[in-house]
Design a protein around this ligand. Structure first.
Ligand SMILES: Cc1ncc(COP(=O)(O)O)c(C=O)c1O
Length: 822
């Protein structure tokens, strides 16, 4: 409550739509009831959310009216055409663009609108394409058209000072555009054009950077068109004339659309899901009518043709701008839906949405900026947020940052995303398709970027830190329905998960706690006479299905014989796991070695399935991963097995068997280099290593922590048993987490090497209670609070079996476990 009061004291005039038809509380209670279920959605820069009322209105509209293809003369068609014309007006109105000056061309999104500009722009070898460093990949892609036609391309930095040196403050802001390296392709294959000095040039910038939220000064439009020489002073482009300006308003227009009557850009692009969440797959290009005349379109189609003759080179195109450019039938139902979104935005007003959303981003920025670890070190580095004045219009409702540990090292952004998701917070990480801004704000040089690519880093992968440096950042962004409570929950999450408080240790010295040491390190002294033994052995023949425990089992070169030797694959080739299909945990398995049979059972199937493993079962047959199917005896057998699994999991799938004969595959090895821990030995379909070992004592410690939490929260929960973690080997004895320090170990006569802790994911939050699959946030959330090491949440130890070729080995429950600690 105090936090709310503190917030309202500073931002009360801006927050919550005090003068609107509904205040924020009412909006949330009536139009976003689905968010009450604990989701904190903070990725409005990715896509904002539709309101339930908006969808109700669309549903009523569609179920009460008849809409048909507008390309005909019927009443229904012309009613649809009228609706589309109305929608165009609404879009133009939203940007204060007069229909005399501008046309609205519907596209499938902002990207398609940008592509249309790139494709049709009148490039010549004397043209220049300039674009601000902070641009989305969809803008950078225009470069391909420019360079392909022999034009030059160049990224620029837009710098703004309060006023020009030596000039009066009243003369307004001084904007300078500084160029980077000029790019030009070898054009020897292109026919040389005569230089006539009448080439058109294009300048592109976003109204709001989707990486930092920084807003560009829209005076740039006029400066580039009318005062090019001064604006581009010192660059090779300063003398170029005929500049056309493109504003990428995809992000910016959700909370503050550019006013085109004041800033007459030639092209503006937008996607409607960014404005009001629905529909997706619809955007628009707003184009100045005089600029549209210069665009060169090659393709014609139904929709854009007035007449054509099939067997000679004759075509007459439609003349109205939108008819000339909109190929095919318009997406008329999506277009019909946008008026319900605009109605909503209009009722709130753009300026109130701007104030509401920026009050939240300002609050979060200020809070993040003030965070300190117990040792005084800065927690958060914000990008592009130097200016923290709410009504400056310099910064949109986006906060982008990375977090640091007390020792100055970076937290990987994926760690933040993973923990946020456990707390029900949806945020975005990476470079947000804006490589220029990412490089600029993270200070990544060309050689950093190229070596990151060489190290295997691509967009959306798991490489969040390379050589200790972030490859991207964390972004939270607010929408018109975001609330203070959400912003506060986010800040509380950052504090509880990433800020290291002061902690007293034995000699009274105060150090910064958390995040720096391995939890096991504190236990060194307690471990004088440990005595460990093997408590259980479990085999999981089919990846992600239930396993079975035995008192003894053969070991082979892939680990436990038949462990993860099969997996289930979806129709499109994807590997099915409990993460996608939680019900897989309800499929039970058993192998009778003497009979050579794998038996599988599911409550969803009447009969048990028996699969012959073949008499040479100790040397599984050679079926390479990625081969077409599990080549069981014959086609009928294959169909029988696949039908059984399709019934058991409720979707089309097939069973695949792995060959352990001579390949060294590992799923993660194939999917993403670097994720598989054991690159040395043979493993079947296990993700990272042959064995997972879990200590009963470590599970008991975790249970104590969960119990303490439950007491605080006044709830009771069943104790976790070690099988929640899908171990192959459970050991008993010693102290919790001593296994963290083991380098090698012997179980009976068998030798194993530790490959380190197992990085846990959401799968351990899936439980199977009385035949029902349940999902919760635990135990991952609790583990995250004390078992995080370098971005990973570790629990259990991965092992490799050091096979002794001479002996046929069986591992037995009860055998002594002898670790070797280096
Ligand atoms: C600034 C910016 N430009 C362009 C795009 C591309 O938009 P769309 O994917 O809707 O085509 C986005 C989407 O995130 C964006 O934020």
């Amino acid at each position: 409550m105090i936090a709310m009061e503190e917030f309202l004291k500073e931002f009360g005039d801006y927050y919550g739509y005090p003068d609107g038809p509904k205040n924020i509380k009412e909006i949330r209670e009536t139009e976003f009831k689905r968010l009450d279920k604990g989701v904190v959605y903070l990725d409005h820069a990715g896509s904002t959310l539709y309101s339930e009322l908006q969808m109700e209105n669309i549903f009523n509209d569609f179920t009460c009216n008849v809409y048909g293809n507008p390309h005909s003369q019927s009443d229904i068609s012309s009613a649809t055409s009228d609706l589309i014309a109305d929608a165009r007006h609404q879009v133009l109105e939203y940007f204060s663009a007069s229909p005399e000056d501008y046309s609205c061309i519907f596209t499938s999104g902002a990207t398609a609108a940008l592509k249309l500009v790139g494709e049709t722009f009148p490039w010549t070898q004397d043209s220049n394409f300039l674009y601000s460093m902070e641009n989305h990949n969809s803008v950078l892609g225009i470069r391909e058209y420019a360079l392909g036609q022999g034009a030059s391309a160049c990224a620029v930095d837009v710098e703004e000072a309060a006023n020009q040196p030596g000039q009066l403050a009243s003369s307004g802001p001084f904007i300078k555009v500084k160029h980077r390296a000029v790019q030009k392709r070898n054009t020897s294959k292109l026919q040389k054009e005569e230089t006539r000095g009448d080439a058109y040039n294009l300048f592109a910038f976003p109204s709001e950077c989707n990486f930092t939220g920084l807003r560009f000064n829209l005076d740039l439009v006029k400066l580039m068109k009318e005062n090019t020489e001064t604006t581009l002073q010192g660059s090779p482009f300063a003398m170029s004339k005929r500049w056309m300006v493109l504003i990428d308003a995809a992000k910016g227009c959700a909370t503050l659309p550019p006013n085109l009557s004041e800033y007459p850009a030639d092209f503006v692009v937008v996607s409607f899901y960014k404005l009001f969440g629905y529909p997706t797959g619809l955007g628009a290009l707003l184009v100045r009518n005089d600029a549209a005349k210069l665009l060169k379109k090659t393709y014609f189609s139904g929709g854009t043709v007035a007449a054509s003759i099939a067997d000679i080179d004759f075509v007459k195109r439609r003349e109205r701008v939108e008819d000339f450019f909109e190929d095919g039938s318009a997406s008329f139902l999506s277009i019909a839906a946008i008026r319900h979104g605009f109605k909503l935005l209009k009722s709130l007003t753009s300026s109130a949405i701007w104030m509401h959303t920026t009050s939240l981003s300002m609050y979060v920025k200020k809070k993040l900026q003030a965070l300190r670890h117990g040792n005084g070190a800065v927690v958060c580095v914000l990008y592009g947020s130097e200016n923290l004045k709410i009504l400056s219009h310099k910064s949109g409702p986006t906060v982008t940052f990375n977090l640091k540990r007390p020792d100055g090292s970076w937290f990987g952004y994926l760690e933040v995303e993973k923990l946020a998701s456990l707390s029900g917070i949806q945020l975005r990480t990476g470079c947000f398709c804006n490589p220029g801004a990412c490089a600029k704000y993270l200070d990544l040089s060309h050689s950093d970027l190229l070596s990151n690519v060489e190290a295997g880093h691509i967009c959306w992968d798991g490489n969040d830190l390379i050589n200790g440096k972030p490859t991207g950042a964390v972004r939270v962004s607010f929408g018109y329905m975001s609330t203070f409570e959400e912003a506060k929950k986010f800040i509380d999450f950052i504090i509880s998960s990433f800020v290291s408080p002061l902690k007293k240790i034995g000699n009274g010295i105060i150090v910064s706690g958390r995040f720096t040491q391995l939890p096991g390190e504190e236990l060194e002294s307690k471990e004088s006479f440990p005595s460990y033994y093997l408590k259980s052995v479990t085999i999981y023949p089919i990846k992600s299905c239930a396993g079975f425990s035995v008192t003894r089992w053969p070991l082979c070169r892939t680990g436990l014989l038949h462990d993860r030797e099969w997996m289930i694959q979806g129709l499109t080739g994807e590997i099915l796991t409990q993460k996608k299909v939680p019900g897989m945990s309800l499929i039970s398995t058993f192998i009778d070695l003497e009979e050579g049979l794998l038996s599988v059972e599911s409550a969803r199937c009447k009969d048990k399935l028996h699969i012959r493993i073949k008499t040479d079962s100790y040397n599984p047959r050679s079926h390479e991963f990625n081969s077409h199917a599990n080549k069981v005896e014959n086609h009928n057998e294959e169909t029988r097995i696949n039908c059984w699994f399709t019934d058991a999991i409720g979707r089309q799938c097939k069973l695949l068997r792995y060959s352990s004969s001579n390949s060294k595959h590992c799923l993660n090895r194939n999917k993403a280099p670097g994720l598989c821990r054991d690159l040395e030995s043979n493993i079947n379909f296990a993700n990272e290593a042959q064995f997972l070992l879990i200590s009963e004592e470590s599970v008991a410690d975790l249970n104590r922590r969960l119990e303490a939490k439950d007491e605080d929260d006044n709830q009771a929960r069943k104790k976790l048993d070690p099988y929640r973690f899908r171990p192959n080997l459970v050991i008993s004895g010693g102290e919790a987490y001593t296994e963290d320090k083991w380098r090698t170990l012997a179980i009976g006569d068998h030798h194993f090497t530790s490959l380190g802790g197992c990085n846990r994911c959401q799968m351990i939050n899936i439980s199977n209670e009385a035949g029902q699959v349940k999902k919760s946030n635990e135990p991952l959330t609790t583990l995250a609070s004390y078992r995080r090491v370098k971005g990973k949440i570790l629990f259990g130890t991965l092992l490799r079996y050091e096979i002794d070729a001479k002996t046929e080995s069986w591992i037995r429950v009860g055998e002594e476990v002898n670790p070797d600690i280096e």
